[in-house]
Design a protein around this ligand. Structure first.
Ligand SMILES: *[C@@H]1O[C@H](CO)[C@@H](O)[C@H](O)[C@H]1NC(C)=O
Ligand SMILES: *[C@@H]1O[C@H](CO)[C@@H](O)[C@H](O)[C@H]1NC(C)=O
Ligand SMILES: *[C@@H]1O[C@H](CO)[C@@H](O)[C@H](O)[C@H]1NC(C)=O
Length: 311
């Protein structure tokens, strides 16, 4: 009796687990979207691919529609005798000719993006009569004008002595959103008291206002004031970052060398010694030229004179 009860409980449990598992399995009979691909961040110069995959189950595919901010811009309607692909004009949405839609997926490409292309993109798939099942997915796309090159560093020399003043200017490429600029000295973020307020200029492009920013850094090369400065190699790094886009970091590096005044003194001493050495050589040469040569000539001359007299 007891054994039977335990078996009964076990089978009841197993049944529950199975039921729960089955309820989590995707329903293969009803029409549903399996995947939507909309890139979250794109550059305004990109050609963007939007794709929607679906399982129509036992249904017949009636239509696939693409919307931006609830406005339809593309429709695939395979049951229509004509005009199976329709494109509707929408600001910021320009569809290229190579769209491919079928019973499994619908892929379109957008080019000539601009500031109006940012938005919520929705794919909506519907089945045919009598049920007209509907499934939709939405994904946001943000269009930016990303910087095309690394920031430019100007003004920093290659060699400094302790006590010198360093001036550096870092200028970003034009972008929207505007870049956040920062300086790093040997991987330490430069303190704001070393920085001047940033300068900004703008141009209009693709419906955006693009920003270029310059950030100046100035400091005295002094180990007591700036302990992160060491003798020898110092790495100066300038970073231009686009907010909300962690992958969009542009940076440049400039290396300079610091010598202490002791080294300079030693250097001077070496120079002086070597110039003193040179002086000796020059003196020796002069002695040869101005004293020994005339003597030689004199001796030679005398010999010739003597010979003339003898003959
Ligand atoms: C998409 O953008 C809208 C409007 O900016 C916002 O309300 C929504 O939360 C965003 N959705 C996602 C998934 O980020
Ligand atoms: C820094 O560079 C920018 C861009 O070249 C320039 O507009 C700005 O005047 C420079 N600043 C200084 C102090 O040279
Ligand atoms: C896009 O740019 C155009 C032209 O500069 C402007 O009229 C429009 O308001 C902008 N739209 C958005 C969403 O910023």
């Amino acid at each position: 009796m007891e054994n039977f009860n335990i078996k009964g409980i076990l089978s009841f449990k197993t049944c529950c687990v199975m039921c729960i598992l089955i309820s989590f399995l995707p329903n293969t009979r009803t029409l549903h979207i399996t995947n939507i691909i909309v890139p979250p961040f794109v550059d305004v110069r990109d050609v963007v691919t939007l794709s929607c995959s679906y399982n129509i189950g036992t249904q017949k595919l009636n239509s696939v529609k693409w919307y931006k901010n609830d406005k339809e811009f593309y429709r695939y309607a395979p049951l229509m005798p004509t005009k199976q692909n329709m494109i509707f004009n929408l600001e910021g949405v320009h569809i290229t000719t190579d769209h491919v839609c079928n019973e499994k997926f619908c892929t379109i490409h957008l080019d000539n993006l601009n500031n109006e292309s940012t938005g919520a993109y929705r794919c909506e798939v519907s089945g045919d009569a009598p049920e007209f099942q509907l499934s939709h997915e939405t994904s946001n796309m943000t269009v930016a004008a990303l910087p095309q090159h690394n920031p430019k560093i100007e003004g920093i020399e290659r060699n400094y002595y302790e006590g010198d003043f360093l001036f550096g200017n870092c200028t970003s490429d034009f972008s929207y959103p505007p870049p956040i600029m920062s300086w790093y000295i040997n991987d330490q973020k430069a303190d704001s008291n070393l920085l001047q307020p940033f300068q900004e200029s703008t141009v209009d492009a693709y419906g955006f206002k693009l920003y270029q920013r310059s950030l100046e850094i100035r400091f005295r090369i002094d180990k007591r004031i700036n302990p992160f400065i060491t003798d020898g190699k110092v790495h100066m790094r300038c970073v231009a970052q686009i907010r909300q886009m962690p992958s969009q970091i542009r940076e440049s590096e400039h290396i300079f060398y610091v010598s202490s005044w002791d080294e300079l003194r030693n250097q001077k001493l070496i120079n002086w010694k070597s110039s003193a050495h040179n002086l000796k050589i020059t003196t020796a040469k002069s002695i040869l030229m101005y004293i020994l040569l005339p003597i030689c000539y004199f001796i030679a001359g005398s010999k010739m004179l003597l010979q003339t007299i003898k003959s």
